[in-house]
Ligand binder design. Sequence first.
Ligand code: A3P
Length: 285
Amino acid sequence: MSSQREDDLIHTFNGITFTMRSSPELLKSLNTFDAREDDVLLVSYPKSGTHWLAEIIMHLYASKVALTSPIEFGDLSKLDQLNCLSCKRIIPTHLDGNMLPTTFTLKQCKAIYIIRNPKDIAVSMYHYYRENPNLPTIDSWPNFLERFLKGDVVCGSWFNHILSWEKHRDDKNTLFLYYEDMKRDLPKVVKKVSFFLGLNTSESGIGEICKKSSFSEMKSNTEKENSDPNRTVCALTSNRKLIFRKGAVGDWKNHFTPKQNRMFEETFSKKMKVSEVAKHLVYEL
Ligand code: A3P
């Protein structure tokens, strides 16, 4: 990665890399944010299936709520913009658990955290870096993987992200979902989300939502639209066309060499020893 380009595109806050689209002033002021009891947080490390889950949530609420852009995306005016919304807010974020404005915890807001196996995330993020003009140029997959394992990528270390949110695993207002479970049995996961949000969605409603949120449906809808600058729930781009690539479990096998896989496993077992969440990760279906 060329350092000149990196300096223009990214900055570090609290030891975590952010793009310039998350201004340092906004990040500094996050803790002044006034959460409301009925806010719902949609939490993820990038490339975990955030848009998929956002689509499902919006269908569950029949679009009668506001899906905002990520709380960390924008400049200082962001918090006022969010405050101006009078309806229920679904607020996405890629923030590390330790950076979450404290009022979300104090007001016991519901949070849904979507997890995906980190090998597929690394591959998805690698392609995202290559396509996304807001991210620094990367020279090769082996170098990117090394940086991913060190946490030297936007939004910091996947390992730390999981661990920082895992503290909330037993909170009754937090729901952890796995991307791979959604691939395996989407109706079951949609029902779980509906129940968690206190919604009473019919069986036929669940079926409809599953159809509307399939990868092919979401990808083709996005290609039909003329790119709307406010349509992503990822703080790293507003171009929705960059989101829908393969939507598969196990694409990592097309990228990892056996040596890279061993290196990954080594780092994983060191970092995730204490993690319960990590025990349930699935790498192929
Ligand atoms: P790939 O790059 O592996 O294809 P996020 O929304 O958090 O940015 O995550 C993007 C990843 O989720 C991409 O992974 C994308 O293809 C996948 N994705 C988006 N919508 C999906 C869907 N409806 N079904 C399955 N995967 C989906």
